[in-house]
Design a protein around this ligand. Structure first.
Ligand code: ATP
Length: 509
C-alpha cells in the first residue's frame, strides 16, 4: 500500500515513529499494550502543550466576568494517595467497565465495544448475532466474518448491517446467540462483569490488604485532598482554582487508537472552587473558555471541535452539568470523540472527603461570616490526547513538496523552532552557521544540521514541523545575510544576520 492510500491514522502513527515523536513502550521486548514512549520530538511537543496550558491556567489565568484576572494556583500531588481517597471518590467501587470474556479465544472485551448485527441463515433455520469490535471498520469486520463463517459451515448468512447493536443493549438471556468478535460459534461470551480499572500496588515491605494502594486514575483527587492546606497557606479565597498536570493510570480493557486511550497517560486538570450559588455561571464560563483555548492557543480548527452537552440522564448523579469538548479524530470521523470533560461537580467531592477523613472542609467567609462547602467546576483534559490532537491537526500530505508528509504545527508549540544549516560544509559556512546556532539556541529550540543536500534537510524539518529554517550560503560571507525559509509557504527571504533574531522573534511570538 502506498503512503497516499494508507489510512490517515496509520500515516500519522508511522510518521510519529519514523521522526521520533512516539514509540511503542518496551518495543524490543515486543511492546506492552497501552503503553507509549515519547521520543525526542514528542517529549518537546508534549512539554510545549503542557507549558501552554500551565501558562493559561496558573501564570496568566483568564479574566473573570468582573474583568479581573482569576486566581488559580498550581499543585503537584502524589500519584499514590491514602487508599481511603478512592473509597471517598467512588473509584474503588464504581470505577469499572463492564467486561465480557470469550471462553473460546480467551479474549476480553469491553461489553459496550462488542457491536452486534442480526443474522438469519438463508433457509431461515438459524438466527442470532454476529459481532465485531467497535471502530471505524466495524461493518466490514462483521460482513467478512459472516462470509468466512458461512464458507466454513456451508451456510449463507443474511446479515442486517443497517442496525448495529452494542452487546450491552441485548438482554443477557439472548447473549447465548451472539457469536463473539473472534469466536467461531455462538455462546462463548461470559456474562458481563465489572472490572476495576485501577492499577494496584503495595507500600512498605508487607503485601497485605492493609498495604494495598492504587496508582491514581485521575489527578483531580489530589487537589481535593490538599484544598484545605492551600486555603490555609496561600491567599486564595473562593472563587479560585487549583491546577495540576501529571500522570494517571487506568488499566483500560481495550487501549487503542494509538495514544488516544492508553493505560498510562497524562492529564491537565483544574478544580475551580466557588460559592454554591455561582456554580452554574462558572460551569458555563469554563466550557466557553476551554473551547476558546483549544482553538486559539492550541491552534485547532473550529470546525473540528464540538461542545457535546451530556444529557441529564447520562451524567454522574452528583453533577449538575457536564459538557465534553470533543474533537473530530480521524478514527471517529465524521463523528467526534472526547478530548476534555468540563463538569460541574457541586460539593460532592469535598463532602465525601470531609465524611471519610472526618476533617472539616468548609470555608468561612471572613466578611459575611458565612460558612459553606464550595462548589467545584472541573475542566479535565488529557495532555496525551492533546498531543494526538496536535499531530492530527498538523498532518499534511502534498506530493509536490520536498517531503509529501509534513506537519503544520502552530509555531509556538512546535518541538523545534529553527533549523540552522550551512548550505555546504565548507568555505566558512559551517563556522558562521554554528555561531548563529550558538546565539539563537539561548532563546529557541534550534537544530544545527550540516549534512545531506539542502532539500533533504528542509524535508526533515518539514516532517518535524519546524516552522523556520535558516541557511548560511556562499553569499553570506559577502552580504552578511542568510536565507530564512518558511515551512508553510516554502518561500524564502533574505535577512541580514544581525536582524535574524528580531525577524524570527516576531514570527514565533
Ligand atoms: P473516556 O470516556 O474517553 O474513557 P473519561 O470520560 O473516562 O474518558 P475523564 O475521566 O473525564 O475521561 O478524564 C479526563 C480526560 O483524561 C479525558 O477527556 C481524556 O482526555 C483523558 N483520558 C482519560 N482516559 C484516558 C486514557 N485511557 N488515555 C488517554 N487519555 C485519557
Amino acid at each position: 500500500m502506498s503512503k497516499a492510500e494508507a489510512s490517515l491514522m496509520n500515516r500519522i502513527v508511522s510518521l510519529s515513529k519514523r521522526r521520533g515523536f512516539i514509540y511503542q513502550a518496551s518495543e524490543i521486548y515486543g511492546g506492552l499494550g497501552g503503553f507509549w514512549d515519547f521520543g525526542p520530538l514528542g517529549v518537546q511537543l508534549k512539554n510545549n502543550l503542557r507549558d501552554a496550558w500551565w501558562h493559561s491556567m496558573v501564570e496568566c489565568p483568564p479574566m473573570g466576568p468582573d474583568g479581573k484576572p482569576l486566581s488559580i494556583v498550581g499543585l503537584d500531588s502524589s500519584i499514590i494517595q491514602h487508599p481511603r481517597t478512592w473509597q471517598a471518590s467512588g473509584h474503588a467501587e464504581g470505577f469499572a467497565d463492564m467486561m465480557v470474556d470469550c471462553r473460546e479465544t480467551k479474549s476480553r472485551y469491553r461489553a459496550d465495544h462488542v457491536i452486534c448485527a442480526r443474522y438469519l441463515s438463508a433457509d431461515a433455520k438459524i438466527s442470532g448475532y454476529i459481532s465485531g469490535q467497535d471502530g471505524d471498520n466495524t461493518k466490514d469486520q462483521i460482513s467478512k466474518k459472516a462470509d468466512k463463517l458461512g464458507r466454513k459451515k456451508g451456510i449463507k448468512f443474511d446479515v442486517d448491517l443497517s442496525e448495529l447493536i452494542p452487546l450491552t443493549s441485548i438482554p443477557v438471556e439472548n447473549h447465548g446467540r451472539v457469536i463473539g468478535p473472534d469466536a467461531s460459534k455462538a455462546g462463548t461470551l461470559t456474562d458481563p462483569r465489572a472490572f476495576n480499572l485501577m492499577f494496584e500496588s503495595h507500600y512498605g515491605v508487607l503485601q497485605t490488604d492493609e498495604t494495598k494502594v492504587y496508582l491514581r486514575p485521575e489527578t483531580a483527587q489530589g487537589i481535593f485532598l490538599q484544598y484545605k492546606n492551600i486555603l490555609d497557606t496561600s491567599r486564595v479565597r473562593p472563587p479560585f482554582g487549583v491546577a495540576q498536570v501529571g500522570k494517571s493510570f487506568r488499566n483500560e480493557v481495550t487501549p487503542r487508537n494509538f495514544i488516544f486511550r492508553s493505560r498510562e497517560f497524562e492529564q491537565m486538570e483544574m478544580e475551580f472552587f466557588c460559592p454554591p450559588e455561582d456554580g452554574m455561571m462558572w460551569y458555563e464560563f469554563w466550557v466557553n473558555e476551554r473551547m476558546r483555548w483549544w482553538e486559539e492557543v492550541a491552534g485547532c480548527k473550529k470546525e473540528n471541535l464540538f461542545a457535546h452537552v451530556i444529557p441529564e440522564d447520562e451524567i454522574a448523579h452528583y453533577s449538575k452539568g457536564t459538557t465534553d469538548i470533543e474533537y473530530r479524530w480521524p478514527f471517529t470521523e465524521p463523528n467526534f470523540g472526547e478530548l476534555e470533560g468540563v463538569a460541574y461537580r457541586t460539593d460532592y467531592d469535598l463532602k465525601q472527603h470531609a465524611k471519610f477523613s472526618k476533617t472539616k472542609l468548609d470555608y468561612i467567609d471572613q466578611e459575611s461570616k458565612e460558612r459553606y462547602v464550595p462548589h467545584v467546576v472541573e475542566p479535565a483534559s488529557g495532555l496525551t490526547r492533546g498531543v494526538l490532537l496536535l499531530l492530527c491537526e498538523a498532518y499534511q500530505y502534498d506530493e509536490s513538496r520536498p517531503s509529501p508528509e509534513w506537519l503544520k504545527i502552530k509555531p509556538s508549540l512546535a518541538p523545534t523552532k529553527l533549523g540552522i544549516f550551512p548550505l555546504m560544509n565548507k568555505d566558512g559556512m559551517p563556522e558562521l552557521a554554528e555561531k548563529l546556532y550558538m546565539d539563537l539556541r539561548q532563546d529557541y529550540t534550534c537544530q544545527y544540521d550540516p549534512k545531506q543536500s539542502i532539500g533533504k534537510r528542509y524535508a526533515r524539518m518539514d516532517e518535524a514541523g519546524t516552522p523556520y529554517c535558516i541557511t548560511v550560503d556562499g553569499e553570506t560571507l559577502k552580504d552578511q545575510a542568510v536565507t530564512v525559509r518558511d515551512r508553510d509557504t516554502a518561500s524564502q527571504e533574505r535577512v541580514a544576520i544581525d536582524k535574524v533574531r528580531e525577524y524570527v522573534g516576531a514570527k514565533l511570538s
